[in-house]
Design a protein around this ligand. Sequence first.
Ligand SMILES: NC(=O)c1ccc[n+]([C@@H]2O[C@H](COP(=O)([O-])OP(=O)(O)OC[C@H]3O[C@@H](n4cnc5c(N)ncnc54)[C@H](O)[C@@H]3O)[C@@H](O)[C@H]2O)c1
Length: 386
Amino acid sequence: MKQVNVGMIGYKFMGKAHSHAYRDLPMFFPQVGRPVMKAICGRDEKGVSQAAEQFGWESWTTDWRELLKRDDIDLIDINAPSDAHKEIALAAAAAGKHLFCEKPLALTLADSREMLQAAERAGVKHMVGFNYRFAPAVRLAKKLVEEGRLGQIYHFRAWFLQDWIVDPEFPLVWRLQKEVAGSGSHGDLGAHLIDLAHYLVGDIQEVIGMSETFVKERPMPSSMTGLSARGSKDAPRGPVTVDDATLFLARFAGGALGSFEASRFAPGHRCTNAFEINGSKGSVKFDFERMNELQVYFTDDAEDVQGFRRVLATDPAHAYAEAWWPPGHTIGYEHTFIHEVVELMQALQENRQPVPDFRDGVKCQQVLEAVDLSIAEKRWIQTNEL
Ligand SMILES: NC(=O)c1ccc[n+]([C@@H]2O[C@H](COP(=O)([O-])OP(=O)(O)OC[C@H]3O[C@@H](n4cnc5c(N)ncnc54)[C@H](O)[C@@H]3O)[C@@H](O)[C@H]2O)c1
């Protein structure tokens, strides 16, 4: 069984999620290869050294270039904010390292294409962090679509709603700055919906969207991690340069119609990442806040028991479920990252590309940018225009 030596950049929200995945993997999926947590990198010496100790990394550094020089590192895992992805990925590919990069792949479509080309040129494996594909209930939805059990797909309807910046005094974190994040709710939350749409229904042909920034200025933060931050009302203010909410309509190449809503201004919705698919033979409904469940409806059920049924995707019949707990003993957010790393380790062991890879990252970026262009030009945009 192959050992994969990992060097990871970023140690906060995603850094912790990925570290946890590497640590838990051998206990539940011993057959897929063993990640060895060689080195972690962050900018702050105190923070990164503490993280190395707490998460179980063998060593740490404050300069990611140091990781690329090491012969004992095979894979570079990029968990820094989105503006850092491209530079690190290009250099890591040139150094012959495999790549695992968080989403969105890059700030722009052009940058994401450059990253894909660099990885392909170098002949390294590449994966992008669309972790929601790895929820067993989402896998069930995919299986039902693929096996034709929902029939011809008519609708994909998705919404990703959060509420962590509704307070206008919430500080101006990097996620609200275009030059670091690329876009706001669109690239952060919408990117996941677009990837799920590609995965479950197929290519998107054309889009038209609208977006809004409800709070245009915020106080500068004194510290930030993931979705939390500290600041004071008296701090100097800066402009919010990304969207707070973006909505768009889409037509899929296969003929289905799609609607997408991403917002950080939906009080009460902490992390509602949800979709419905309606087909000629049935429907499914998924909501990440109840991630172990898929609601399933079949038109050919007997008339007197027709209705959505709740399928708990924890039985051995479901993807990844057998490795975990007895049926009904549910799993959580962190397991999506473990399953992602299962796929990555398996792919490296089998010498194939993991799925989703940078091509999926580019495809997602193409739709993100097509929506942005449709908003700027107030018209439908064909995704292949870009
Ligand atoms: N898959 C998901 O569901 C999901 C969820 C959250 C974030 N993300 C993505 O993950 C990435 C990171 O987001 P986060 O929430 O973990 O951010 P974060 O702010 O919590 O952590 C960012 C980390 O990057 C490090 N960093 C920044 N610049 C660096 C540099 N030049 N060199 C070395 N380290 C550097 C920081 O020290 C910090 O440890 C983003 O691209 C984001 O879009 C994905």
